[in-house]
Design a protein around this ligand. Structure first.
Ligand SMILES: NC(=O)c1ccc[n+]([C@@H]2O[C@H](COP(=O)([O-])OP(=O)(O)OC[C@H]3O[C@@H](n4cnc5c(N)ncnc54)[C@H](O)[C@@H]3O)[C@@H](O)[C@H]2O)c1
Length: 336
């Protein structure tokens, strides 16, 4: 049984709590939040834009900490789950790893590439497990795309286009999402999901060409990027949180022998088209949040590295996002 400490009980912390409530292999034994209101057990009601629901804290099992360092000194905690605003990720993760705890931390890994690398180095130095909660790597509709690509079942990939749109996130603690110096705007906070998925499929691109527009966060809140992975495939992403409201994510992957399209607005959302016609692929039930946390808990309970989402790979996503920002500002392709 993994004994978890949850840090940050806002939108994502509340949702992670709901997942731990369902898992057999983990329980939340401690909580910490900078805001005392959030520490009233069972009171966390904040939800993110997907309306995925939240959880319930059991006051008999859960210790409430008002000091992060004191919590880390508790030997009854195996792992720390970090759901704070992004600029806090690095300090929380490095301290927790140095205290001998395993860490799962929400995306984006860090506010800067240097923050992300400091987290990688702390994990490698301490030998503790660090996994970034890159839920799209675990989202069944996207896992289907990766499995199809890796199997070669539909031949060579010709092109992959990915889209992610929402309204500006307004639920955050002290409105931190719309303070671009904290969140990094849509480019880092939101679009990083697709950046990371591209990195998980193809690794580091030679260079990126981006166009970006500043929006309500005063950082880049609408971005389109083309990734240079050589001449034999096209890879593009679009991320934008300037929509009036709502949320959707989508992709279109064109292979030699068919294509796969996914759009969260439609039902069925996932469709595969080949010369044999259209079909709805069979995929795992549940969303990427459930699967990523289940996987992390399995990894730490079995003492295995999180091979599907290693910290160096997540840090690469932050480096790619940084190159996209540089490209959007310079108007030129930029090396990663
Ligand atoms: N995977 C996803 O789909 C997804 C969706 C939304 C947000 N996120 C990420 O999750 C993280 C948290 O986002 P959120 O929506 O929960 O934000 P939020 O503002 O709703 O919650 C943040 C919580 O952290 C607390 N906090 C602030 N500073 C703190 C500190 N120094 N120490 C401890 N607690 C502190 C706040 O009081 C609040 O309860 C961010 O990195 C965000 O980018 C991921």
């Amino acid at each position: 049984m993994a004994r978890m400490a949850l840090v940050g009980l806002g939108g994502m912390g509340n949702m992670h709590l709901g997942i731990y409530n369902k898992l057999d292999g983990a329980e939340v034994v401690a909580v910490f939040d900078i805001d005392p209101e959030k520490l009233k057990l069972g009171q966390s009601k904040q939800e993110i834009n997907l309306g995925t629901g939240g959880g319930v804290l059991d006051p008999k099992k859960t210790k409430v900490y008002t000091d992060f360092d004191k919590m880390l000194a508790d030997p009854g905690i195996d792992a720390v789950d970090i759901c704070t605003p992004t600029p806090v990720h690095k300090d929380c993760a490095v301290k927790a790893l140095n205290a001998g705890k395993h860490v799962i931390c929400e995306k984006p890994m860090g506010r800067t590439p240097a923050d992300a690398m400091a987290m990688v180095e702390a994990a490698e130095k301490t030998g503790r497990t660090l996994m970034i909660a890159q839920c799209i790597r675990f989202w069944p509709d996207y896992v289907h795309l990766k499995q199809t690509l890796d199997s070669g079942r539909l031949g060579r990939l010709i092109s992959l286009e990915m889209w992610r749109f929402s309204g500006p996130p307004r639920w955050g603690w002290q409105n931190w999402f719309l303070k671009g110096d904290m969140s990094g705007g849509a480019l880092l906070d939101f679009h990083v999901h697709d950046v990371d998925f591209v990195v998980s499929l193809f690794g580091k691109p030679e260079s990126v060409s981006s166009q970006g527009v500043k929006g309500p966060s005063s950082e880049i809140d609408a971005v389109v990027t083309q990734y240079n992975y050589g001449l034999d495939k096209i890879v593009t992403t679009t991320g934008n949180w300037c929509l009036g409201g709502g949320f959707h994510m989508a992709y279109l992957a064109v292979f030699e022998k068919g294509h796969i399209r996914y759009d969260s607005r439609f039902s069925p959302a996932l469709v595969e088209v080949t010369q044999d016609g259209e079909k709805t692929p069979e995929i795992l039930p549940g969303d990427g949040y459930l699967h990523e946390i289940t996987y992390f808990i399995e990894c730490i309970n079995k003492g295995q590295a999180p091979a599907r989402c290693m910290p160096r790979s997540s840090a690469m996503s932050i480096q790619v996002a940084d190159a996209e920002r540089r490209s959007a500002l310079s108007g030129r392709p930029e090396k990663v």
